[in-house]
Design a protein around this ligand. Structure first.
Ligand code: PRX
Length: 650
């Protein structure tokens, strides 16, 4: 294994001001809490869980009898929405704003916690009226309107399992997910706004569910002022306007009593092989994990903070750090529908100023875009309300970190670089603000209760190697829906079931700080979105002229990583490359979504393969990045390398 490459030496200590008011005000406090959490995980997590409302306490904190199918808080009964909403209303905080919603065209809505209690109950009753109940799976394909948060909470209220599908996914992706989860209903909208254009979401849903017999109802939230003439019509008996059902729905709905291990939601994510997997999260552990991580990582002070996470609820970041974590803490938050550069590149900063946002959580890819758009968009706004910044989704380059620190954080806001995954449910590595000094580009140290290590393939601790998690934690995934074997083989086989394998490379420096070096499998992180190269390759080979394809990730200035596709055309099927490129791109759009489009599609007669026929992806990456190639004598046909090099340059 190569030597560690961390050359970053800058260290930013928490300011005395921040530390003195923070939940965990010193390094010693962090160390003591972390040690306690590792020495006595059950004691630690049960104390955290006791801060929340349960209908019946748990019998056992952690059940390891069927590892790696760990169970948490067994025997406990609760409903997560009680902790997200009712608890705050009952404590007299019903008038506190839950959501300041900002529509892209400039319209806005404000919902208090008391409003949320009514709206979620009303929505829950509408679902019940359609025959949805405990254990049923409901797909949610909604833009970033308040109903997205309301609908997910409404599912949780009645014990239905939500499967939120990011509204940038194509019809075919909807179909795959709906069929895999056997969803009984879809919640969608007529449309949304994106960069000033009206997008018709229901049309995409209609196309996606055309052959899904499991879907009995489609609930449509109205976002556009005029009723749409939908491309696929309106199916009487199946399609319902939400506002029609809402008229007759009561705004009171008792929360369903859920077992701690009852499923809360499914969220599909890409792996290195096969179709996207349905990651299963259950009620109790996820509730406790997202509650504590939100509270400590963001140092939440619900009485005064205005928190804004710019992610979409369609991804895990929105599930954990828009819907469930912040709301369990009773904080006020901003939710924004549209693009960061509409109508202009200052839109985010205008929103920060308007709502006096104090905590701002975004992705490195967005920060790099802001840098490119220029400082003027930032400096014309008053950002003095900000007190804490966060990043998530991909490694942040030190240059972007420093810009964020200087331009957005006025050199006073701590930056929490949070490493975690769809599977982990919540933050795993992150500085705790006020306690942990930060280094640009490092996700720093494990969250309390998380025991992380850097290992080699054989399970020995090394400085540079593969990230591993030693112990189970409450918000961990409970499996892959319908595929327990894949759960075991993907996450628990690398080190004989002793550690969780997240699929990321990491370095641990002399201070015990972790630096994520990127995926070690065939997953590419494009603008913080996980894309399996195998998924894209299988799209290309569906084209009748394509014999074979290999997709790789390459560094990208804004997106972090971009995709390059190498495509081999069948002999005799060669044609105009530009036409073929357009066809392949539109296949990506319709089978996955526009966000998965490759930067480059390179047509070639052959790919570099070993004599046993295995594609040498590492070599493709070296060619794409114009790096020295080293020994290529194991190639079946070394001449292919020169041809590809010319093609990349051309
Ligand atoms: O490679 C890591 C990267 O994103 C992956 C998880 O992707 P997803 O499940 O879509 O969740 C994204 C939001 C949590 C990880 O395996 N990743 C996430 N956060 C970071 C990161 N890489 C480096 N630093 C981070 N802070």
């Amino acid at each position: 294994m190569s030597e560690p490459t961390v050359s970053e030496t800058r260290l930013f200590q928490p300011t005395a001001d921040f530390a003195s008011q923070s939940h965990l005000g010193s390094l010693e406090a962090y160390r003591a809490l972390h040690k306690r959490s590792i020495d006595d995980p059950e004691g630690f997590w049960s104390e955290v869980a006791s801060e929340l409302t349960w209908m019946k306490p748990w019998d056992k904190v952690l059940d390891e009898s069927d590892a790696p199918f760990y169970k948490w808080f067994t025997g406990g009964k609760t409903n997560i929405t009680v902790n997200c909403i009712d608890r705050h209303v009952e404590a007299g905080n019903g008038d506190r704003v839950a959501i300041y919603w900002e529509g892209e065209p400039g319209d806005s809505r404000v919902l208090t916690y008391a409003d949320m209690q009514k709206e979620v109950s009303r929505f829950a009753n509408a679902l019940k009226a359609m025959g949805i109940g405990k254990g049923d799976s409901v797909a949610v394909y909604l833009p970033m309107v308040p109903e997205l948060a309301i609908a997910t909470l409404a599912c949780a209220r009645i014990g239905a399992v939500h499967s939120v599908i990011f509204a940038g996914f194509s019809a075919e992706s909807i179909k795959d997910r709906v069929l895999d989860a056997s969803s009984k209903a879809v919640i969608t909208s007529d449309g949304t706004y994106r960069r000033g254009k009206e997008l018709l979401t229901k049309n995409i849903v209609d196309e996606g569910i055309a052959d899904c017999e499991c879907i009995k109802n489609v609930l449509v939230v109205q976002r556009h002022p005029e009723k749409e003439p939908f491309a696929h019509g309106w199916v009487e008996g199946r399609d319902h306007w939400y506002h029609d059902l809402a008229k007759n729905a009561s705004d009171e709905c008792a929360p369903e009593e859920m077992d701690a291990e009852d499923m809360l939601f499914l969220l599909y994510t890409s792996g290195s092989t096969g179709k996207p997997k349905g990651i299963m999260h259950t009620t109790g552990g996820y509730m406790v994990g997202t509650y504590l991580t939100s509270k400590l990582t963001f140092d939440l002070k619900p009485e005064k903070d205005v928190y804004w996470c710019t992610a979409d609820v369609g991804w895990i970041t929105g599930h954990s750090y828009i819907v469930y974590g912040p709301m369990q803490n009773g904080v006020s938050q901003v939710m924004y529908e549209g693009a960061p550069n509409y109508p202009a590149e200052n839109r985010f900063w205008e929103i920060v100023e308007k709502y006096k946002v104090s905590i701002f959580y975004t992705a490195p890819t967005a920060i790099r875009a802001f840098m490119k758009w220029g400082d003027d968009h930032v400096t014309k706004h008053d950002l003095s309300s900000l007190r804490l910044l966060g990043t998530v989704g991909e490694p942040i380059n030190p240059e972007a970190w420093m810009w964020y620190h200087r331009m957005i954080g006025a050199e006073k806001c701590p930056i929490v670089d949070t490493w975690w995954q769809t599977e982990t449910g919540g933050h795993m590595l992150t500085p705790l603000p006020g306690a942990i000094a930060t280094k640009p580009g490092s996700a720093t140290v494990p969250f309390p209760g998380i025991d992380a290590a850097v290992l080699d393939e054989d399970g020995n601790e090394v400085e540079r190697g593969i990230l591993a998690i030693r112990k189970p934690w409450p918000s961990m995934l409970r499996g892959i829906y319908g595929d327990p074997e894949r759960y075991k083989s993907t996450y628990w086989c690398k080190w004989d079931g002793k550690y969780y394998f997240p699929g990321d490379g990491a370095i641990k420096d002399e201070d015990g700080y972790f630096w994520i070096t990127g995926r070690v499998d065939d997953v590419v992180n494009v603008s913080g979105h996980r894309i399996g190269t195998a998924e894209l390759e299988s799209v290309f080979v569906e084209h009748p002229a394509v014999a074979e394809s290999a997709v790789i990730g390459v560094p990208h200035e804004i997106k972090g990583q971009g995709l390059v596709a190498f495509v081999i055309i069948r002999t005799g099927a060669e044609g105009d490359e530009d036409v073929m490129r357009k066809e392949l791109t539109s296949m990506v759009d319709s089978k996955i979504g526009k966000f998965a489009r490759p930067e480059k599609i390179i047509f070639s007669g052959d790919l570099p393969k070993t004599r046993s026929g295995k594609i040498m992806r590492r070599l493709l990456r070296d060619i794409a990045e114009d790096r020295p190639l080293g020994n290529i004598s194991t190639l079946a046909d070394p001449s292919v390398v020169e041809i590809l090099k010319d093609k990349i340059k051309g």
